[in-house]
Design a protein around this ligand. Structure first.
Ligand code: URA
Ligand code: CA
Length: 441
């Protein structure tokens, strides 16, 4: 098979066969196809797109380029959740124990965050002693016994995706929907899930800035999932402003505890119930999303979701006492109030800028090896749509290093828009995307 012929074919808008896609992915991964040919192909895809069969073939070729996690020894239907990123997204911490309490096994491989705030592992490590270095056997055993476990990703999953993503990053071919969809789905499928619930964010703080493209990406991923026998649904959710009130690792751990007690912020609670309900339906523990949602609400109200969180934290060596007494989580030395310069209604809280503010305080990594400060971050006091008086607190900065505080305060205030007109909170959940189609909510 001549690689140049395949580039030619895609350049002219024709469909490649599964064998042709295999030739490209395997050739690139093994080094027989050079970067320049693979970039030309990626650029052809950028302009011509891919059919749904081609996307599924690309996804599965990337899955088979590395290890595939086998979760067969875990009983039940394993449902994974993936979010396309955002600021202060505390959902994974809440959903693990919540969904497990409803009887759906959660076997999560996770990574550390490179970005504004930490990843799931960083957030969980806010519980002193918590470790994600489990053997596969211990991981499987814990899911079978407790219903939930989080393991640090050690396996070499989807190396072809890693390589192709690196190439796309420097050839202006990242923002191609078929390539993004195949990239994300390959990682989820290699991680062993039977079913996948996606949270595709839209807005200034998200990868997909506008709703139309977010829906298109969600549709592409749902279609890949059903093509390869993984039941997949997606919601489209708002990421104009941060999710919940807390941004920062221990602060989000506390926010997760509050949410599992039924005392969390309304938006975080709503998104967790929505995503969790779809996980429970796919996991076979309820017939409809409404029924699943009631089940989850029950698990919060009767304390079993919170109890599951404690069991899970303790099983992995963490200090479960912090669940009853969150002051045992890492605490910052300095709490600095940011006050409103004028009265008005909060019209915007730019998620990405606020994420950067949290990172400047030490909540995230600017480089891969940077050390995270679990204690620091930001707790919002107001969200979009809220009324504030002049001098009223907009947010509290939790800092250890005071040298950045003045700069962070200034940057935070620039990320806030106050208006003299009333403004309403953004619609949090915009649409549901399933195999059957898109439902606007
Ligand atoms: N995230 C991914 O994992 N892959 C992409 O291609 C883009 C975002
Ligand atoms: Ca949050």
């Amino acid at each position: 098979m001549q690689t140049v012929e395949l580039i030619h074919k895609k350049r002219d808008g024709k469909e490649l066969t599964t064998e042709e896609i295999r030739h490209l992915v395997q050739g690139y991964a093994s080094g027989t196809i050079p970067d320049y040919q693979m970039s030309a192909w990626a650029m052809a895809v950028f302009f011509q797109g891919m059919t749904s069969r081609e996307r599924a073939a690309l996804t599965m070729e990337m899955v088979h380029s590395g290890e595939v996690v086998n979760l067969d020894s875990i009983q039940g239907i394993k449902v994974d959740k993936h979010s396309t990123g955002g600021v202060g997204d505390t959902t994974t911490l809440v959903l693990g124990p919540l969904v497990a309490a409803a009887g759906v096994p959660v076997a999560k491989l996770s990574g550390r965050g490179l970005g504004h705030t930490g990843g799931t592992i960083d957030k969980l490590e806010s519980f002193e002693g918590f470790s994600t270095s489990l053997t596969t056997d211990a991981f499987v055993k814990q899911v079978n016994e407790l219903g939930v476990a989080v393991m640090g990703q050690t396996a070499d999953l989807t190396p072809a995706d890693k390589q192709l993503y690196g190439l796309r990053d420097v050839t202006a071919t990242v923002d191609s929907i078929p390539l993004i969809a195949s990239s994300i789905m390959s990682k989820k499928i290699a991680a062993g899930a039977n079913g996948i619930v996606l949270d595709v964010k839209t807005g200034k703080g998200a990868f997909m800035k506008d709703e139309e493209h977010a829906v298109e990406l969600a549709q592409a991923m749902v279609e890949i999932g059903s093509h390869v026998g993984r039941k997949t649904v997606a919601i489209i959710s708002d990421m104009e402003q941060p999710l919940g009130l807390a941004i920062g690792n221990a602060l989000e751990a506390k926010e997760a505890i509050d949410t599992l007690k039924g005392e969390g912020p309304a938006d975080l609670t709503e998104i967790c119930l929505t995503l969790g309900a779809h996980m429970v339906v796919i996991g076979g523990k309820a017939k409809t999303a409404e029924e699943a949602r009631h089940l989850l609400e029950e698990k919060i109200a009767d304390g079993s979701a919170l109890a599951k969180f404690r069991e899970f934290i303790e099983a992995q060596g963490g200090n479960g006492g912090a669940i009853d007494d969150p002051s045992q989580l890492a605490q910052a030395h300095h709490l600095i109030e940011v006050k409103a310069p004028a009265a008005g209604t909060v019209a915007a809280l730019e998620a990405e800028e606020i994420g950067i503010c949290a990172m400047m305080l030490g909540a995230g990594r600017e480089t891969k090896d940077a050390v995270i400060d679990h204690a620091v971050g930001i707790v919002l006091a107001k969200k979009v749509g809220d009324r504030v008086e002049e001098g009223e607190v907009l947010a509290v900065l939790h800092a250890n290093d005071q040298s950045k505080v003045a700069e962070v305060k200034e940057r935070f205030l620039k990320a806030v828009t106050l208006s003299d007109k009333p403004s309403s909170p953004p619609r949090l959940i915009r649409a549901l995307v399933t195999e059957q189609g898109v439902t606007t909510l």
